[in-house]
Design a protein around this ligand. Sequence first.
Ligand SMILES: Nc1nc2c(c(=O)[nH]1)N[C@H]1C(S)=C(S)[C@@H](COP(=O)(O)O)O[C@H]1N2
Ligand SMILES: [Mo]
Length: 310
Amino acid sequence: MSNWKTPAVLSSEITPQEVYLRRREFMRISAWAALGATLPGSLFAGEKLSGVVRTPYQLSDPLTPLEDITHYNNYYEFGTDKESPGKTAGSLKTRPWTVAVEGEVHKPKVWDIETLLKLAPLEERVYRLRCVEAWSMVIPWVGFPLAELIKRAEPTGNAKFVEFTTLNDPQQMPGVGSPVLDWPYREGLRLDEAMHPLTLLAVGLYGEVLPNQNGAPIRLVVPWKYGFKSAKSIVRIRLLEQMPQTSWMKAGPSEYGFYSNVNPEVDHPRWSQAKERRIGDFFKRPTLLFNGYAPQVAQLYAGMDLQKFF
Ligand SMILES: Nc1nc2c(c(=O)[nH]1)N[C@H]1C(S)=C(S)[C@@H](COP(=O)(O)O)O[C@H]1N2
Ligand SMILES: [Mo]
């Protein structure tokens, strides 16, 4: 992380006015939610997360405003347009919530979300998110490394891949009635990618509990891969010997490979990946190999033909 610096303050401590005003609005909503809350200590979207620590995993790029991060979303379970999740994901019930860790592990376990929130120190990390649709954002996530959870499961010698399965509940998710994807939404990583220190399980952003539309209560963030690899609202993590099928591979095998590393030189069959539009910017900027994380992750793919393993 030689070119990264630990900041003097958390981004959530220097929030712009807009964020501050939204936070007050959230706090009003949270106060109402607290009145009806059944579980003491439950955390709702917009509540401030305590004990968040500073880490060197920060970018100097200006942060994308909270308004854009929470109102320009891909979350197909809540509709395929960017505005729907922000309007309808309120119906997602994030408590009670469990995440099952199973498969090729010595210690399978069903984790309660409240326990997961205390598994490891919550870190703030500012990462770029590059969507396969050629736009990008800069997001101050709060979370902990996925490796912290996987190592507690003690993978067997057979474990080579990790499959992520997300919630599939037609009662709460109007989009799963549509055949646009094979539900539940499934994603996968190689075990070494999953154990990489950059790979995060996020539970918040801008210092606050994750808004539903961003994948509450817990979602994956893999900053060097296209955004669709970062599965939202995860309910199951399964270690496997064989490479799992993913929802996007099934939907379009020639368009979405298992790896899906950000690569300006490998175009999507229907559009170029050479440039991207940072949300909020007018001009496009060049896309960076591995989304700019090449110094940290390129060695994972040494000797691989990235045109073939796209
Ligand atoms: N369960 C689920 N996870 C998902 C998606 C989805 O439709 N369903 N969309 C993906 C895509 S395409 C992107 S770009 C990111 C967007 O994350 P954000 O809305 O928090 O920016 O979530 C990913 N995770
Ligand atoms: Mo995306």
